[in-house]
Design a protein. Structure first.
Length: 72
């Protein structure tokens, strides 16, 4: 049995992440703020590198990809 090293994931449930992403975009719309990757990262309490790491996870990939496309 291999030992996992490092921090545990902040998100284990895609739905919880999606709720925070939706909240971020809704708040931006209400405040007329632009969508940014940095803002998205802050809303998820992650850094940009962590967002990219979640994008490598097949479970989270569609959620992150859709959010990043919306920012673009």
């Amino acid at each position: 049995m291999a030992n996992k090293v490092g921090r545990p994931k902040a998100y284990t449930d895609v739905e919880i992440m999606q709720q925070k992403i939706d909240k971020y975009f809704n708040e931006c719309d209400i405040n007329k703020d632009p969508y940014t990757i940095t803002g998205l990262a802050l809303a998820l309490d992650l850094d940009r590198k962590s967002i990219n790491n979640y994008a490598k996870d097949s479970e989270f990939f569609p959620t992150i990809k859709k959010a990043k496309l919306k920012v673009e």
